[in-house]
Design a protein around this ligand. Structure first.
Ligand code: ASP
Ligand code: MG
Length: 405
């Protein structure tokens, strides 16, 4: 008998009809002779609504209470799925994260899973029940409820698949898998049959937000294959796994993009040890997370330093940078809030030259100016004018022939 772990996102359980359809999906898997564990997210926008509600009653809601509150969203969803399954004549039971044995540290709102005690789940499965687990939550040693951070149900699902030694973790969502580019921008984008963990991480952090990065990382560490597929349409989906074929014809796997990027440039920065440390420590203490950092080679012991932050952090970042500039005797400080990013991603690129040149050429022919360039081993990213991001995605999709399998 195969043990399946399936996760259903918030949009898949957004209303009563959808919950019944999810139950039908689960019943099908059960009837095919599998043991089934489902992880569900909160219905639709429930989590956002609960956060808004908390803010109406308190200016600084305590983290512990927030976690108790937010955990209820997933509990509502898993009880309803269990009821719908019973209505279809199946034995089913809902479990909160704590009941399912998900133990975490005490880092409220961003707790880490320490381990999963699978005894209860196994017991229920042996009774022939479908087990529905509330995603996104766990319990501390002191029996306090924790949550795993936004999008955390993916992490619950992968952690359960690992602990239960499932063959893979199936994530059902409102898209049919991972695409070569965002299909809303490039209609010729193709669903990928497979993608490596590493590629998925690069695509996700650069905008192809199909799955939570933490869950992909967890899958990678434990080599748990993850299938992403649509809840309401049958189709093969995309398999995220370690062995994703490196010898494919096309070494660029996909085009990722991001908008709402802002850039800060500090000019005339004295070139001596400790300057970057001072600036970035100040920013990190202010809770500003910095993404790309570029420092130019110095001319007469002065350099320019540029970094990017998300747009909503720009004002704060400028304020802090100006303060530091004064302290260290640097020149002016400029901000630009209208940037976007476009990246080519592919594990095959690291062994083949010429990808950067092809990317820059394609952008140049489209008249798109590159503001900054950054790379990892399997990704090349250009910062460009935000308005040109859709054009850039399309032109790169074409240049790297991604419409053809
Ligand atoms: N409901 C939580 C959120 O919206 C967790 C999840 O959906 O995975 O972030
Ligand atoms: Mg959600």
């Amino acid at each position: 008998m195969t043990l399946l772990v399936q996760k259903y996102g918030g949009s898949s359980v957004a209303d009563a009809d959808k919950i019944k359809q999810v139950a039908h999906h689960l019943a099908q898997a059960h009837k095919e002779g599998n043991q089934v564990v489902a992880v569900v997210s909160a219905m639709g926008d429930t989590t956002d609504e609960l956060i808004a509600l908390a803010r109406q009653v308190s200016r600084h809601p305590p983290e512990r209470e927030m976690d108790m509150l937010l955990s209820t969203g997933e509990i509502v969803a898993c009880t309803l799925v269990a009821m719908a399954l019973r209505d279809q004549g199946l034995e089913a039971i809902s479990l909160s994260g704590a009941q399912a044995g998900i133990r975490t540290d005490a880092g409220h709102s961003r707790a880490r899973i320490l381990g999963v005690d699978t005894q209860r789940i196994h017991q229920e499965l042996e009774q022939g029940r479908v087990v529905i687990v509330a995603g996104f939550q766990g319990v501390t040693e002191d029996m306090d409820i924790t949550t795993l951070g936004r999008g955390g149900s993916d992490t619950t699902a992968v952690a359960l698949a690992i602990a239960l030694k499932a063959q893979r973790c199936e994530v059902y969502t409102d898209v049919e898998g991972v695409y070569t580019a965002d299909p809303r921008i490039e209609p010729r984008a193709r669903r990928l049959d497979e993608v490596s963990y590493e590629e998925m991480l690069e695509m996700a952090s650069y905008g192809a937000r199909v799955m939570h990065n933490r869950a992909v990382e967890l899958g990678w560490v434990y080599e748990m294959p993850i299938l992403v597929a649509s809840t309401f349409r049958s189709g093969p989906g995309t398999l995220i796994h370690g062995g994703a074929n490196m010898e494919v014809r096309n070494k660029v796997r996909g085009i990722a993009h991001e908008v709402d990027v802002a850039k800060v440039t500090l000019r005339g920065v004295p070139d001596r040890p400790g300057i970057a440390a001072t600036l970035f420590q100040t920013l990190s203490q202010a809770g500003i997370s910095v993404d790309t950092i570029v420092q130019n080679a110095s001319v007469e012991r002065l350099t320019d330093l540029t970094f990017t932050v998300s747009r909503d952090h720009l004002e704060k970042a400028l304020e802090m940078t100006k303060k530091v500039a004064k302290q260290i005797g640097a020149g002016d400080c400029l901000g630009d809030a209208t940037l976007g990013k476009v990246s080519i991603v592919g594990a095959g690129m690291q062994t083949a030259p010429g990808y950067a040149a092809r990317m820059f050429q394609a952008l140049y022919q489209e008249g798109i100016n590159i503001e900054l360039i950054t790379t990892s081993e399997i990704r090349i990213t250009c910062l460009i004018d935000e308005k040109r991001v859709p054009d850039a995605v399309r032109v790169l999709h074409k240049a790297f022939e991604l419409e053809q399998a």
